[in-house]
Design a protein around this ligand. Structure first.
Ligand code: AMP
Length: 423
């Protein structure tokens, strides 16, 4: 699927191109049509899944087609950091759009408060805010939400964890009842569903689930020690008719080392990670797509939104931290009814993590023996590697130890205070 299929306004498309987004992520594929359809949405999606653009893009489209220039959209985030990240995506993706946004978060100086106030006085279509700061502005009537059309709660579970339930309800008391409400949450505990029941109308629930894994993927795994991994890569790729191979690793160092090794063996290999800029990455990807590069080695910077079909083999050089990451990585093969193979290397310390993935997928992934010349690999005994830790809850991907390498969008315009003025 391409972004073109959403028929966004050309200026949104330009923003996407400028940010280097080529293909929608899974969350974007699922969420965007629902929002364009005016549905309330509750989506289980973590940071790193492309959730921000999933709600920003359709909302931009709705604002463009709306007549009013009053406050249209309120995005609430639990922390200043998240608010800033959202703000950056609004700036980047919305660079060519004729409306303005303001961000209001606590912890800043008086100057920030004044800039926020000034932005609100000038009028703004989008506000990104943390709850406390927003309530202050609402209470002082700096904000007129009477024509608000969209409310977004980002990282809703974190908001509840941080004790913002009452604040959220207070904010809602200022807003029109007739509106579209979107909730994004990394986890979906009962409290989130309760909140959804209170503030949403027949929401469409979107979960990134196992069904996202294309049926044609043959999955397998090898138990290895770290020092056997590179040998195993060589064994797997040498002398095979595999024109397109994608290897994922969590660390930039492993990506770089592996690429060097493969190049030494005369493979056409190249690498993608966050040390390379968007232009560089784009070029490498193009070459990979055109089959000028056979093996692409990448961090998770690439696991989402890459539009390359017919990948024959995906190798997870290490076990992804999250079952969702696994699905994203493995989902790169066997797209569009193709068949593909996805192999994961499991070291003893990763066994437990791999077991979580198997539980999430509700299947046992076949473990292959190592080729003889590499010697014996470890045994797969996940229960024994960390006793008593078999309590993974399917609906709750862990937030711990996340190793996402997020490809930050380029900042497109110079920021003036916390106000992005009309263009
Ligand atoms: P988020 O989950 O919204 O925090 O996004 C994670 C990162 O992925 C951000 O740095 C985005 O700029 C990037 N991103 C979002 N959507 C796409 C896409 N379709 N293609 C490439 N990168 C994306």
């Amino acid at each position: 699927m391409t972004f073109g299929e959403f028929n966004f306004d050309d200026r949104i498309q330009e923003g996407l191109e400028a940010m280097g987004y080529i293909t929608p992520t899974i969350v974007q594929e699922k969420v965007i049509p629902q929002i364009l359809n005016n549905r309330d949405v509750i989506a289980c999606a973590q940071t790193g899944t492309g959730k921000t653009a999933a709600y920003l893009l359709p909302i931009f489209q709705r604002i463009i087609t709306s007549e009013s220039d009053k406050l249209n959209t309120l995005i609430i985030a639990p922390t200043r950091e998240l608010a800033q990240q959202i703000d950056q995506q609004v700036e980047g993706l919305g660079y060519f759009l004729p409306f303005s946004s303001a961000s209001l978060y606590g912890g800043g100086s008086n100057v920030q408060w004044d800039t926020g106030k000034m932005a609100l006085r000038k009028g703004t279509e989008i506000i990104i805010a943390t709850p406390g700061r927003l309530i202050s502005h609402l209470a002082l009537k700096h904000v007129d939400p009477s024509e608000l059309k969209h409310l977004i709660l980002d990282e809703a579970d974190k908001m509840l964890d941080m004790g913002f339930h009452e604040d959220i309800m207070r904010i809602l008391s200022f807003l029109p009842k007739e509106r579209q409400t979107l909730m994004f949450s990394a986890t979906m505990p009962g409290r989130i569903r309760d909140l959804a029941r209170k503030i949403q109308t027949e929401p469409e629930e979107i979960n990134l689930s196992v069904s996202q894994l294309a049926e044609g993927v043959l999955q397998g795994a090898y138990m290895t020690y770290d020092q056997q991994k590179i040998g195993l890569i060589k064994h797997l790729v040498t002398g095979k008719q595999l024109p397109s191979i994608l290897i994922f690793s969590a660390t930039k160092k492993a990506v770089k080392d592996m690429t060097r090794e493969l190049q030494k063996l005369d493979f056409k290999a190249d690498e993608v990670h966050s040390d390379r800029d968007q232009a560089d990455r784009g070029q490498v990807l193009r070459k990979f797509k055109n089959r000028e590069i056979q093996i692409l080695v990448a961090t998770d910077v690439l696991s989402r939104g890459i539009d390359v079909e017919d990948i024959d083999l995906v190798i997870n050089y290490d076990v992804p931290q999250d079952p969702e990451d696994y699905i994203h990585r493995v989902g790169r093969t066997a797209r569009a009814e193709q068949t593909g193979v996805a192999l994961t290397f499991i070291t003893p310390k990763d066994q437990h993590q791999f077991q979580r993935i198997e539980r999430f997928l509700d299947m046992e992934i076949r473990k292959f023996p190592l080729p003889q010349h590499l010697g014996e690999g470890p045994e797969y005994k996940p229960g024994k590697s960390r006793p008593g830790t078999g309590s993974y809850d399917k609906g709750k991907p862990s937030r711990d130890n996340k190793s996402h390498q997020q490809g930050k969008g380029k900042r497109m315009n110079e920021k003036k205070g916390n106000y992005r003025g009309k263009r």
